[in-house]
Design a protein around this ligand. Structure first.
Ligand code: FAD
Length: 292
């Protein structure tokens, strides 16, 4: 099923996982999936390391297993930086051969001081390539707090609209910790004529290292309320984990009350946390679905 169609009937609740490292025990990800699929998410997306590394094959295999063995819809991420058109075609052919119907078309992060030697400069190039050559449902990324390399909010929205015009029919947002950024972005996106479903990306922040990495990589602002939680519980792992779960539940409750299209939970491959959050919000998702 193409994920864009799911939004026609309900508030979507989806999950994101990452594949195991090349030398890791493969069974762990399947144990994780055994537990995550208990939630009956609308779909699960699988990340893909930029540069077309070896783990890409794992992304495709896992996305295929989610769909064909667990019978949950799946999305394979695909960053295009460094890829030639032939390499991209080979990855996409492999996805199609594995029965995958949904691809999140991404540029990927460019290592500082380097230039991509490949045929794709931005995600829109890959979106156009897929649209011209494959019958796949195409997704793209969006940034409520503006992409860190962008010249500004207006420019970022212009290119987002362009990705949709090129063929993206479902957007998933970067994580954010202050819902006001998402609401403001959503309003501007609709005014800019972006009418496809936009899912809110929520990452339950449950340890200090993760927060530091997130702020560095994504340029996400830490709201005062969040900093207070962090300062109070930073030396107590269990309390910080529970406070992170409570914070994410609070964010999701507010987002659903405002009528968002869907929630995309960055699970960090942690079924305990995903379950806790889903248990707290499942009736809210269902209530919205009934109201529609
Ligand atoms: P683009 O859409 O190309 O945008 C990048 C920047 O260029 C923006 O500032 C934009 O405004 C600007 N821009 C866009 N198009 C043009 C144009 N035609 N001309 C000039 N400027 C333009 N990375 C991975 O490596 N693997 C993953 O699995 C992965 N999953 C992700 C999932 C989600 C939901 C999100 C939000 C991000 C994910 N990323 C992943 C990270 C992503 O690759 C980076 O954020 C990357 O820096 C930008 O990717 P993009 O597809 O948004 O790029």
């Amino acid at each position: 099923m193409k994920t864009a169609d799911i939004f026609k009937t309900k508030t979507v609740f989806s999950l994101e996982i990452f594949p195991p490292k090349p030398d890791a025990d493969e069974s762990v990800i399947y144990n994780t999936l055994d537990q995550l699929t208990d939630i009956s998410p609308d779909f699960i997306s699988v990340t893909y390391g930029a540069g077309g590394g070896k783990n890409g094959a794992k992304t495709i295999q896992i996305a295929s297993d989610i769909k064909n063995k667990y019978h949950v819809e799946s999305i394979a991420h695909m960053p295009c930086i460094n890829l030639t058109k032939d390499q991209a075609a080979s990855i996409l052919d492999n996805m199609v051969a594995h029965g995958i119907e949904n691809v999140l078309a991404l540029r990927g992060d460019i290592p500082e001081g380097t230039v991509s030697p490949g045929d794709f400069t931005h995600a829109d190039d890959l979106i156009t390539f897929i649209q011209d050559n494959y019958d796949l449902n195409i997704l793209a990324a969006c940034y409520p707090e503006v992409h860190p390399e962008s010249m500004g909010a207006v420019d970022d929205l212009k290119w987002l609209r362009h990705k949709v015009d090129c063929g993206a029919d479902h957007l998933i947002s970067q994580l954010f910790l202050d819902n006001e950024y998402f609401f403001s972005f959503l309003e501007k996106a609709r005014i800019a004529g972006i009418n496809v479903p936009i899912e809110a990306g929520i990452m339950p922040v449950t340890n200090k290292k993760q927060i530091e990495r997130m702020v560095k990589m994504c340029g996400v602002e830490l709201p005062k309320k969040f900093i207070r939680v962090l300062e109070r519980y930073e030396d107590n792992d269990i309390a910080l984990r529970d406070a992170g779960i409570a914070y994410a539940v609070d964010q999701i409750t507010d987002l659903i009350a405002e009528g968002v299209d869907g929630i995309h939970l960055y699970t960090m491959n942690n079924p305990y946390i995903a379950h806790k959050i889903y248990d707290a919000v499942q009736n809210l998702v269902a209530a919205k679905a009934n109201a529609c």
